[in-house]
Write a protein that binds this ligand. Structure first.
Ligand code: NAD
Length: 351
């Protein structure tokens, strides 16, 4: 007969803990549950434990799965410490480095590290633990957190995502992984694949974030460049739909132009841009700006030139300082509206 300890260990081995079930995390957890069940076939059922200080987010995901997937066990943990005691796979999707530090390594509050060091888990259970932080945060800070977790014998990877809320919902994210060994990457890959169309090993710890930061700096620059080009075209007397179509079949084409065109009355076939919904939802200006700041600090650390990156960060910062939450909380393509309706009328302060 199996001892209580063995039963506890095997339950933990089949449990995924998800920390941060907000706009991205809620959808990602949903894909984990649904696709995980499809993949498992007749294999042992996976349990889920969620943790988020926002009770509304927790209530919403738990009620959804009790209704849609009543056969799937989903529980709520009071804090990351308790979640770690119950889960060998831990995934987090939280806003900033301070939150990641609090969740993983805080010594003042119940954290993942406090659970790993509590003496409650066996060395085998600790070695079987893999943590994946999918938040977009500073590389150096992320690496320091992962190193502290790995000192206990557990594994940790950085696994930031690209694809936004839409990609999180559809399970089509690109996930960029930084891992201290190929083994850690291979261990993290199966659950990550359930939320993504591509999971790529980018290199050592921090490399996933390096790739994410470079990509998102490009994204901010190309959105601003497209917005300026569209405004210039308008002032030169061009029809904006014609110019948009030309850009999308010419060398100026980008994700911003093909998928998230910033001018409200321009229609690009197959896309549903935020500009058509008053710039609601999408990739918020405050997040686009956060990623530009991450690029600036990464570039400073390695002394890499960033002329357009710096300028783009300044433009987004100025726009949000002047327009407040109304712009910060809308899709970053709203920079076109700001250039068109505020800057060119001379009512904006210089960038
Ligand atoms: P969000 O604010 O909607 O969700 C974050 C969740 O984390 C919230 O529910 C919050 O309560 C929770 N949280 C905060 N502190 C916590 C803690 N100590 N313990 C547990 N949970 C905690 O944010 P989001 O849009 O889901 O973004 C999350 C991360 O994903 C950010 O790093 C963001 O930059 C990145 N990201 C977002 C997008 C996007 O389009 N929204 C795209 C790519 C990457």
């Amino acid at each position: 007969m199996r001892s209580t300890l063995q039963l506890f260990a095997s339950a933990r081995q089949n449990t995924i803990g998800f920390i941060g079930v907000g706009r991205m995390g809620g959808h990602m957890l949903n894909n984990l549950i649904i696709r995980g069940r499809e993949r498992r076939g007749d294999g042992p059922a996976t349990r889920y434990v969620v943790c988020d200080p926002d009770d509304r987010c927790v209530k919403s995901v738990v009620e959804r799965h009790q209704k849609e997937n009543p056969d799937v066990e989903i529980q709520v943990a009071k804090n990351p410490h308790d979640l770690t005691l119950e889960s060998s796979t831990i995934i987090s999707m939280i806003p900033k480095l301070v939150h990641v530090q609090k969740v993983y390594t805080s010594s003042d509050s119940p954290s993942v590290l406090s659970a790993l060091k509590s003496g409650t888990l066996s060395p085998e259970e600790i070695a079987a633990t893999i943590c994946m932080d999918e938040s977009t945060i500073e590389m150096e800070g992320s690496r320091a957190v992962a190193q502290q977790i790995e000192q206990t014998g557990a594994g940790m990877v950085d696994a930031p995502v690209s694809g936004g809320v839409y990609g999180a919902e559809k399970g089509t994210l690109t996930i960029m992984v930084g891992a201290s060994s190929k083994d850690k990457f291979e261990k993290a890959k199966p659950p990550l694949e359930l939320m993504a169309k591509r999971v790529i090993h980018c290199g050592d710890l921090g490399a996933g974030l390096a790739a994410k930061i470079c990509n998102n700096m490009m994204l901010g620059i190309s959105m601003l460049g497209l917005s300026e080009a569209m405004l210039l075209g308008k002032k030169l007397g061009l029809d904006q739909q014609i110019l948009g179509d030309i850009i999308n079949t010419s060398t100026g084409q980008s994700w911003a132009s093909s998928t998230n065109f910033p001018v409200p009355h321009v229609t690009i076939s197959g896309s549903s841009p935020a500009a058509h919904r008053g710039y609601a939802d999408g990739f918020l200006s405050q997040l686009a700006h956060k990623d530009l700041v991450l690029a600036l600090s990464a570039a400073k650390a390695v002394d890499s030139p960033l002329f357009t990156g710096e300028l783009t960060e300044r433009v987004y910062r100025t726009m949000m300082e002047q327009q407040g939450d109304e712009y910060a909380g809308r899709d970053f393509s709203i920079v076109y509206k700001w250039l068109d309706e505020v800057v060119q009328k001379g009512s904006a302060k210089p960038v």
